[in-house]
Design a protein around this ligand. Structure first.
Ligand SMILES: [Zn+2]
Length: 254
């Protein structure tokens, strides 16, 4: 939670009026969002739309992390990018785009992917992690930091016209390493269609909004799978491994 949460004014309530009411957020839920900090890394095909939706929904502080410059092949899916932003550092430019969407939200940009220590420090000051990197090394690193700090983690993944979304709660559900004990092989330039990236990223944001605002039933301990190529949609329960080297000894929850 933010140390100095913003006072919500009539302007705030007007901005968020379409998402407050029966079946959506309560006013208290909107206040919770405004008091929360979310980390999104990275902010490309999935993390970009996720960051955009969290910014527009009114999460108080958004921290985005992404290294490198925007290149032409990114523009089939990275919605925070633009032709004008080609060959520029992504994180600062993407942060500006988010700020332009909602002046009530604090946006912080980190122009690289966090290492182990940085991920742990971020977990100490964030209420949720949205993990959207392409590599399992990075995803497992975020998972370790989240488990250690007791921070919920939403893991989004994409390939081709398929995507998965899993929602982990340290101490209560499986963690990412329970599901993937070893990082699977990584393919640098894998195929992906932007529409699936945005779909999974938006759903990741929706789960984060539910968790942060205490609204509805989050997909705790479940993996949602959408294989658009074969026309399959499903959800599976994720089993916790007692011998998981990451979460095997956790008993506490936050
Ligand atoms: Zn585990």
């Amino acid at each position: 939670m933010l140390e100095n949460p913003p006072e919500l004014t009539a302007e705030h309530w007007d901005r968020y009026s379409r998402q407050i009411g029966p079946g959506v957020l309560s006013r208290e839920g909107q206040r919770r969002l405004a008091n929360a900090t979310a980390l999104i890394t990275r902010v490309g095909g999935m993390g970009g739309p996720a960051a955009l939706m969290l910014t527009m929904a009114g999460v108080g502080r958004i921290v985005i992390a992404h290294g490198g410059e925007l290149i032409s092949p990114d523009l089939n899916r990275q919605v925070l990018g633009s032709e004008a932003g080609l060959h520029q550092l992504r994180a600062p430019a993407f942060a500006d785009r988010l700020r332009a969407m909602n002046r009530f939200v604090d946006v912080e940009a980190i122009a690289h992917e966090p290492n182990d220590d940085e991920a742990c420090r971020l977990a100490e000051r964030c209420d949720i992690f949205l993990s959207c990197p392409p590599t399992f090394d990075e995803r497992l690193r975020l998972n370790r930091a989240a488990v250690r700090a007791g921070v919920p983690l939403i893991d989004a993944a994409q390939w081709g016209m398929s995507g998965t979304l899993a929602v982990y709660q340290p101490g209560r559900t499986a963690c990412l390493q329970c599901v993937y004990p070893e990082p699977p092989p990584f393919e640098e330039a894998f195929p992906v269609v932007g529409a699936i990236s945005s779909a999974i990223g938006s759903l990741a944001a929706l789960e984060a909004i539910k968790i942060l605002s205490d609204t509805g039933k989050p997909l705790w301990g479940k993996m949602f799978t959408y294989d658009a190529y074969h026309g399959y949609v499903g959800t599976v329960e994720l089993a916790r491994r007692d011998d998981c080297p990451c979460c095997g000894s956790t008993v506490e929850t936050r």
